[in-house]
Design a protein. Structure first.
Ligand code: HEC
Length: 248
């Protein structure tokens, strides 16, 4: 971790490399609209976690690559150790962020079910997230955009809750199991890629033809039917709201 910072003379220069040695890897807890720092690990502290290795295909190069690092679940356990059991239980979303502002929105359940790795080289020049999609190929059956979970040059991890971020996408009327299933797919899969886009609300395009995008998860017929039910439920809720509004 001995990256040299560019010394800038001109105004408006932005640091291109943030080094772990300088700022550490930070863990936040986002709740009630606030982000609170839980932990900041320096390089030695990251190394001190139990290390593991695995061979996984690199989504960039397509090559089988040996990765070494620590489990995301270990970092999670350590960061959340000071929270109450109740607060801990509410966390269902882990957001990894990197120095370019990219995000990986990973359901917490995935980190429990599979050994998601925070990998690094000996010099800790970069922390990279790795999904065990080669060694544990069963993970490919989840309807999740796994490729979007591979991020390089991580700087932060945030522990939070889908409802905290996406409350407007949760159905109020929770009676149709298919719609609830569709809601989960929408919030976990679609939002993983669309967290920053303006057109978050559009659902039906996926059902007909989503633009050809790298890393799109495979959806089964059942998944698509669930998304359709979710879309219909959202439409109904919107129409009902409009009617109430109009009759006032
Ligand atoms: C792997 C990442 C990824 C996933 C997962 C994903 N999308 Fe997209 N989606 C994109 C990208 C990238 C574009 C822009 C493609 C283009 O313009 O060529 C896009 C385009 C769209 C568009 C067209 C309008 C727009 O915003 O550009 C809609 C609507 C859309 N996605 C909805 C969805 C829905 C609904 C889901 C979940 C069922 C979903 N997407 C899942 C990456 C993704």
């Amino acid at each position: 971790m001995k990256k040299q910072h560019v010394t800038c003379i001109l105004v408006g220069c932005v640091l291109s490399q943030v080094s772990l040695a300088d700022v550490g890897f930070q863990a936040f807890w986002r709740h009630a609209g606030q982000a609170q720092v839980l932990k900041t690990w320096n390089g030695d502290e990251i190394r001190a976690f139990k290390q593991t290795a695995s061979r996984e295909r690199d989504p960039g190069s397509g090559e089988l690559t040996q990765w070494r690092g620590v489990l995301l679940s270990s970092l999670l356990e350590s960061a959340l150790s000071t929270l109450s059991t109740e607060n801990k239980a509410q966390i269902d979303l882990v957001i990894l962020k990197n120095e370019s502002g990219l995000q990986a929105l990973i359901p917490r359940a995935l980190t429990v079910k599979y050994p998601v790795l925070i990998a690094f080289k000996k010099d800790l020049s970069s922390l990279d997230s790795v999904i065990p999609w080669t060694s544990r190929s069963k993970v490919m059956q989840e309807n999740l955009p796994l490729e979007s979970y591979f991020l390089k040059h991580l700087t932060q991890v945030e522990f939070t809750n889908y409802k905290e971020l996406y409350s407007e996408y949760f159905l109020k009327k929770r009676t149709d199991p298919a719609a609830i299933r569709g809601e989960k797919i929408f919030i976990q899969s679609c939002m993983a890629c669309h967290y920053g886009s303006q057109n978050k609300a559009a659902v039906q395009v996926f059902l007909k033809a989503h633009p050809k995008v790298k890393g799109l998860p495979k959806m089964t017929e059942k998944d698509l039917r669930s998304l359709e039910s979710y879309y219909q439920a959202r439409l109904q809720a919107r129409l009902a709201a409009e009617q109430t509004h109009a009759s006032r």
